[in-house]
Design a protein around this ligand. Structure first.
Ligand SMILES: NC(=O)c1ccc[n+]([C@@H]2O[C@H](COP(=O)([O-])OP(=O)(O)OC[C@H]3O[C@@H](n4cnc5c(N)ncnc54)[C@H](O)[C@@H]3O)[C@@H](O)[C@H]2O)c1
Length: 331
């Protein structure tokens, strides 16, 4: 298929581009490079890159038509939870309004298949663990709300125009491509694993653990980490599902196993062979003790089977990237 990947210069999108190429699909990337990396698309992945906002209707329409696009994988968004609280308009404009423009143009051009990056943040503080797709969705920040709004728009576009979608609610994306040439390089970085690896590499003084008295086995927060390659694989399965006439649906994407902050830190020490300072700090407001998703539905419906489930693999791939691709990106 001919697939347009929005946000393909970013962390998860770049891995999906690689897998699409490997499976014989033809790919073009649209990214405004607000966070993504030009060299990843042009030098590492070597696919056409259009540097444009996804909300730019005229240009997106030209691209869809000129490139004969058949489906869209929509990764582009702003994803800094804290910033979304202080600058909500920025999040609703970029994540909701611009997505609406993209969807309108897709409809006009007859491109009626989309895979959307939603998030576990749409659940807010979960009513039960593991979280399943029918659990109530009450986001506690504008980032989560912006994604939930897009989920509703997708439902409505399907009902009105027959636009078919697969919406994946990811838990914590982690790890990197096993070759070490694709991975996570956010600036500013807010994700736990890259921050820990910065500490292991001596680029941060310490790593802070927020809260040690939660009702979890070791008192620290537990999160569900999913290898980025397993997320990319799910996208390929989602595409196949829609191509075969599958109905629109929502799926959690997590590995179903939680790891505590201290477990992740210990694994970072093991894979890096480095010791670093760990500082204890007060709880952060709005941090639920445990966020773990059930991925039973995606396993059942899409026959998705994560290949990189164990924490050691996730951390060693992330550490490999840290020294190879990420170091190169920074020079
Ligand atoms: N990383 C995670 O753990 C995680 C978890 C849940 C959901 N998600 C979602 O997955 C998607 C990808 O996340 P990521 O970690 O790869 O983020 P990322 O920031 O690395 O990638 C997003 C890309 O989108 C681009 N972009 C943003 N706004 C744009 C716009 N208006 N027009 C064109 N390009 C634009 C950025 O330049 C960037 O390259 C996002 O939608 C995010 O909300 C990520």
């Amino acid at each position: 298929m001919k697939v347009l990947v929005t946000g393909g210069a970013g962390y998860i999108g770049s891995h999906a581009v690689r897998l699409l190429q490997e499976r014989g699909h033809s790919v073009v990337v649209v990214d405004n490079l607000s966070y993504g990396h030009r060299s990843i698309v042009e030098s590492t992945l070597r696919v056409p890159l259009y540097i444009v906002d996804i909300g730019n209707k005229e240009q997106i329409k030209n691209i869809l038509q000129k490139e004969n696009i058949e489906a869209v994988m929509h990764f582009s968004a702003y994803a800094l939870v804290g910033e979304s609280v202080t600058h909500p308009a920025k999040y609703y404009e970029n994540n909701v309004q611009q997505t609406l423009n993209l969807l309108e143009v897709m409809r006009e051009c007859g491109v009626l298949k989309i895979i959307f990056s939603s998030t576990c943040a749409t659940y807010g503080v979960p009513a039960e663990i593991p979280i399943c797709e029918i659990c109530p969705q009450f986001p506690i920040n504008p980032y989560g709300s912006s994604k939930l709004m897009v989920e509703q728009i997708l439902r409505d576009f399907d009902a009105a125009y027959g636009m078919k979608f697969v919406s994946f609610r990811y838990f914590n994306a982690a790890g990197a491509h096993p070759l070490g040439d694709l991975g996570e390089a956010h600036s500013p970085e807010t994700h736990l694993i890259p921050l820990i690896l910065d500490a292991a590499a001596g680029r941060r003084e310490d790593i802070k653990v927020f809260g040690q008295n939660y009702e979890t086995p070791d008192g620290t927060c537990v999160r569900d980490y999913i290898h980025v390659m397993d997320i990319a694989e799910a996208h390929l399965l989602g595409l196949e599902y829609l191509a075969n006439g599958g109905t629109s649906d929502f799926f959690n994407l997590g590995n179903g196993t939680g790891f505590s902050v201290l477990e992740v830190i210990e694994m970072a020490k093991k894979v890096s062979g480095k010791e670093f300072k760990v500082s204890m700090a007060a709880r952060r407001e709005g941090d639920p003790p445990v966020l773990v998703g059930s991925s039973d539905k995606v396993r059942r419906v899409l026959a998705w089977k994560p290949q990189f489930e164990n924490l050691e693999k996730i951390m060693s791939d992330a550490w490999n990237w840290y020294h190879k691709g990420k170091a190169k990106l920074e020079t």
